[in-house]
Design a protein around this ligand. Structure first.
Ligand SMILES: [Zn+2]
Length: 448
């Protein structure tokens, strides 16, 4: 052993007891957390082992919200429902002039969904406040938990609805929409909101110190890396390219193979071309042909027309545009080769949303204090956090999803990993109470 490494060992030994005394507490109660996640799942589930069924505004959603609000009340956190139906609960800080640290997620689900999507982050938020009370930890900023209403993209063919309203993105006509025989205004009333005062639900930019969300990854990357904590770099941008392919429909039996202008054959080549273009770019981009309609779609007829959609996702614009240009070049060659014409319209875009550097660093420090490995990754799916990034600095913590399974009854994150995620959330909250400048201002990232 060299002198230097010997001294290093000594230093570590003498520091270790103090370090462990510091961190022995500051753990979210994992027994409560797992029990509550299980209880929430039982609302609306047909059988205890069946999938979660709490579509926003359903009776089960209302009952599960009531359960969580009773937990909040029991913990001394007075629940407040805003005009959009979002649930907030605040623990005061020592300096009343400071803006709150906001953290949470959602508890509505897709039909036949999983137990952990949203619910983990929502209930871990309550666990963070309870642990601060239990440990007698005071914070300078108020701590405010939030359960966003109507996050999943099911009801009214919308998602992230509660956080969207909080971010000020709302039009009066939205509330006349009808879904499942229910007007949206009445749906919001059903969960305790007030559509007549909806503008009161918008949060003023700068009035939140920062926003943090713990969520399951909903993909396989962390598990494959064998890393318990994902530090989210941002939420990907999505470009949707609508494509129409015009060939000629003729009877299959009387049209020789060399005289066909088959739109589906062209679409098939194009689907492979999308995959090849994305793989060749070797960028952090995904590309998918996710929708396809064809005409006449009839027995015995060569397909004459295909309309399809290409979904490209990534964290930065340049590779998305380069891949789109590559696909356009390949499409022109496919059109020539198949005797069809292929038109690709200007894409509809939603811009990527980056998380805030200072919050990623705080999440890294929190994980390091628990000796947990981290990996940076982008979220390929939308989250309420991307709406709140318009208002405040934003950070997200991911924990692994077993097999990458999500929105399904066998969605699974082990109690140990849930515990790690909740503890990292707790320590990040305590870190940013001190480390983040009080008037950081500015939202995390713009969104189109
Ligand atoms: Zn979710």
């Amino acid at each position: 052993m060299t002198r230097r490494s010997f001294l290093g060992t000594l230093a570590l030994t003498s520091v270790a007891p103090r370090w462990s005394a510091q961190v022995r507490g500051r753990r979210v109660n994992i027994g409560s957390l797992i029990g509550r996640i299980t209880n929430v799942k039982l609302y609306g589930a047909e059988r205890p082992w069946a999938g979660a069924n709490r579509v926003a505004y359903s009776d089960a959603d209302v009952e599960a919200r009531g359960y969580v609000m009773r937990l909040m009340t029991a913990a001394g956190v007075q629940p407040r429902i805003d005009a959009a139906g979002n649930i907030f609960g605040r623990r005061p800080g020592s300096d009343p002039s400071l803006a709150p640290i906001l953290f949470g997620s959602h508890i509505d689900s897709v039909p036949n969904g999983g137990a952990f999507d949203g619910t983990l982050g929502a209930l871990a938020a309550l666990g963070v406040i309870e642990d601060c009370d239990f440990e007698g930890i005071g914070t300078r900023h108020p701590l405010e938990m939030v359960i966003w209403a109507h996050s999943e993209h099911v009801a009214f063919n919308r998602g992230l609805a509660g956080s969207r309203i909080a971010a000020g993105d709302v039009a009066p006509s939205d509330f006349d929409e009808v879904w499942n025989g229910m007007r949206r205004a009445d749906a919001i009333r059903k969960i305790g909101g007030d559509p007549d005062r909806i503008t009161e639900a918008s949060i003023r930019p700068g009035s939140v110190h920062c926003y943090l969300e713990l969520h399951v990854e909903q993909g396989p990357v962390l598990e494959r890396l064998d890393v318990p904590i994902g530090v989210v770099e941002g939420i990907v941008g999505v470009d949707r390219h609508h494509v129409s392919i015009a060939g000629v429909s003729r009877p299959a039996g009387s049209t020789p193979m060399d005289e066909r202008r088959d739109a589906l054959v062209a679409a098939s080549h194009l689907t492979i071309a999308v995959r090849d273009a994305v793989v060749r770019a070797a960028a952090a981009v995904t590309g998918t042909v996710d929708r396809l309609d064809m005409e006449p779609n009839a027995p015995g007829m060569v397909p004459g027309t295909v309309r399809l959609t290409i979904d490209l996702r990534g964290m930065s614009d340049a590779p998305l545009r380069a891949i789109a240009a590559d696909i356009a070049g390949r499409a022109a060659a496919i059109a020539t080769g198949t005797g069809t014409s292929i038109t690709i319209a200007e894409p509809s875009r939603s811009a990527p949303v980056a998380t805030t550097d200072a919050l990623r660093e705080a999440i890294e420090r929190a994980a390091a204090s628990l000796r947990l490995k981290t990996a940076p990754l982008a979220s390929g799916l939308p989250h309420d956090a991307q709406r709140i990034a318009r208002l405040a600095p934003m950070g997200m913590i991911f924990v692994p999803s077993a097999g990458g399974v999500t929105h399904a009854p066998d969605e699974q994150t082990s109690p140990m990993l849930c515990s790690y995620g909740a503890d990292v959330l707790l320590r990040t909250v305590l870190d940013v109470d001190r480390s983040l400048p009080d008037r950081l201002g500015g939202p995390a990232g713009a969104e189109a």
